[in-house]
Design a protein around this ligand. Structure first.
Ligand code: 5GP
Length: 184
């Protein structure tokens, strides 16, 4: 594991990034995960402070103002950002850190930390991505339509990344990511 290196896992929503993160939390506890701050409403089953930090728009704006976020982006009508200090502290301590973020945020990390490893997670096909986004069941039709439109734009960003992993199976994709993080 290349400990002092930040890894970014990005790609369209619905591609399965969070499932891969859940797999890594269980099978590779040596990897640390950043907990994002967001203004989006909490979903059923999500734990504040574990899955996301849920804040209002005012608190989010204050964090941006204080430069407390390593990157931030608006996504489907809500704000998301990575708290800067926990990531910096972990990297200084030699702990490998993984960010699971959308494409605009990945670009900001690239500018701020040129050594970061940027990995793009791609669906096996557009049809598969559409099926996954529609079957989530927690979002309204409007939200799904916004996510599909954004996903099309995000898929075009693949070339900006250091590596691509096709999410054919969670285990294979997650282990491929670990191999990349190890610098193999
Ligand atoms: P969700 O609403 O499903 O939690 O996340 C929506 C999208 O925002 C996903 O593509 C997810 O990867 C991305 N995202 C989550 N946290 C962050 C963050 O801190 N920064 C950025 N730029 N994107 C994030």
């Amino acid at each position: 594991m290349t400990a002092d290196r930040l890894t970014v896992l990005s790609g369209p929503a619905g591609v399965g990034k969070s499932t891969i993160v859940a797999y890594l939390r269980e099978h590779h506890p040596d990897i640390s995960h950043s907990v994002s701050v967001t203004t989006r409403p909490q979903r059923a089953g999500e734990v504040d402070g574990v899955d996301r930090h849920f804040v209002n728009g005012e608190t989010f704006a204050e964090m941006v103002e204080k430069n407390a976020l390593l990157e931030h982006a608006q996504y489907a009508g809500h704000w998301y950002g990575t708290p800067r200090h926990p990531v910096e502290r972990l990297l200084e301590a030699g702990v490998p850190v993984l960010l699971e973020i959308e494409v605009q945020g990945a670009r900001q990390v690239r500018r701020q930390m040129p050594d970061a490893l940027l990995v793009f997670l791609k669906p096996p096909s557009w049809e598969e991505l559409e099926r996954r986004l529609r079957s989530r069941g927690t979002e309204s039709a409007d939200v799904i339509a916004a996510r599909l439109a954004t996903a099309q734009i995000e898929l075009a960003a693949e070339d900006e990344f250091d590596a691509t992993i096709v999410n054919t199976s969670v285990t294979e994709a997650a282990e491929a990511l670990v191999t990349l993080m190890r610098g193999a």
